[in-house]
Design a protein around this ligand. Structure first.
Ligand SMILES: [Zn+2]
Length: 102
């Protein structure tokens, strides 16, 4: 989601164009192999399985251990945040997202 943010004092208004996403905007995770550039897209849900190797050239993405565990923690956090009712809205600012959608 790209949006305009208005801020500043009334005598000094600034207009800032920023692209942001919320956890509920993240619907899938893409893994692109740096060797053959094959993309693997997995829907973001509780059953998401972190790929250990490239599905095309079999390059090893990661070994079982901390890295896939950290990714699972991140993905589970995104899922929980997307479904949580909280007194705030969490947004990630994405570099140049607004410009690409113009
Ligand atoms: Zn590959």
């Amino acid at each position: 989601m790209a949006g305009l943010v208005f801020g500043g004092r009334s005598d000094c208004m600034t207009i800032e164009n920023r692209g942001t996403i919320e956890p509920k905007d993240v619907t899938a995770i893409e893994f692109e192999c740096n060797k053959c550039h094959t993309k693997t897209v997995r829907p973001l849900n509780a059953d998401l399985n972190v790929p250990g190797v490239c599905g095309n050239c079999q390059s090893q993405f990661m070994v079982e251990g901390q890295e896939p565990n950290d990714l699972r923690i991140l993905f589970n956090l995104l899922i929980r945040q997307a479904n949580a009712k909280q007194p705030y809205t969490l947004r990630f600012e994405i570099k140049d997202l607004g410009k690409k959608n113009e």
